[in-house]
Design a protein around this ligand. Sequence first.
Ligand code: SAH
Ligand code: DHB
Ligand code: MG
Length: 234
Amino acid sequence: MNNVNGSTQQQTWSQVDDYLNALLIPSDSLLEQALRTNTEAGLPAHDVAPNQGRLLQLLLQIQGATRVLEIGTLGGYSTIWMARALPEHGRIVTLEAEPRHAEMAQANLTRAGLMHKIDLRVGPALTTLPDIQEEYREPFDFIFIDADKPSNPDYLRWALRLARPGSLIIGDNIVRDGEVINADSTDNRVKGVQSFLKLIADNPRLEATALQTVGSKGYDGFVIARVLDSPTAK
Ligand code: SAH
Ligand code: DHB
Ligand code: MG
C-alpha cells in the first residue's frame, strides 16, 4: 500500500516516529544500548517503541506511582523507561518466563544503574504472581500487562487482586493489525485479547479506554483501565 510520498505505509509510520522521537525524546545511550544488546542476543523485537516508553513514563509520573508491576520483561527496555520515572524509593516488580530474556534484562538494568529499584522474577507469571501477592502487602499503583496474550484474562484477574482504587492497568498489543475484530479468529493470542477486553468492559470496578497506534512497531494499540473507588452499574 503506497501513500502520496510513494513509500509504504509502514515506512511512513517509521519515518514519522523517527521525526517525533528526534524532536521530543532526548537520545539516551543506555536505552539505545539495551536495544542493541537485545537485538544482538537474538531476542524478539517486542520491546515498546521509544515514544511508547515515554508514554509509560508520563503515565507513571501523572499517577505518582511508586509501586509498579510489569508482566513480561523481555530485555528490560520498558522496565528501564519506567524505572527512570520512579522516585528513588520506588520499585518495579517485573515477571519474565524465559531465563535468557531475564538475564539480558538483568544486564541492561544493571548497566543503567537501576537494579536497586527492580525485583525481577524468573518463571511463568502465573507461578510467580502468588509469591508476589504473598510478599508484597501494599497494592501496586501501576500494572503493565505485556507478556503472553492468551493469559491476559488471568493477568487481569491478578491485576485486580493486586491493585487499589485509583491504580492504572495498561495492556499492550490489543489490536494486532486489526485482528482483534475477527470474531472467528482461532488464534489463542487474539482470543486472549478479546476476552481480556470483554472482562475490562464488564467489570464494574474499571473505567477504560483503548487506542489504536501506528508507528515503528506497526499497527497495534493499548488499553488503559483505572480502578474505581466504588463500582459502577454496568
Ligand atoms: N515489556 C517488554 C516486552 C515484553 S515481550 C518491553 O516492552 O521491553 C513479552 C515477554 O513476555 C517475553 O519476554 C516473553 O518471554 C514473556 N513471557 C511469555 N510468556 C510469559 C509468562 N507466562 N510469564 C512471564 N513472561 C512471559
Ligand atoms: C508480541 C508481543 C509483544 O509484547 C509485542 O509488543 C509485540 C509482539 C508477540 O508476541 O508477537
Ligand atoms: Mg508488547
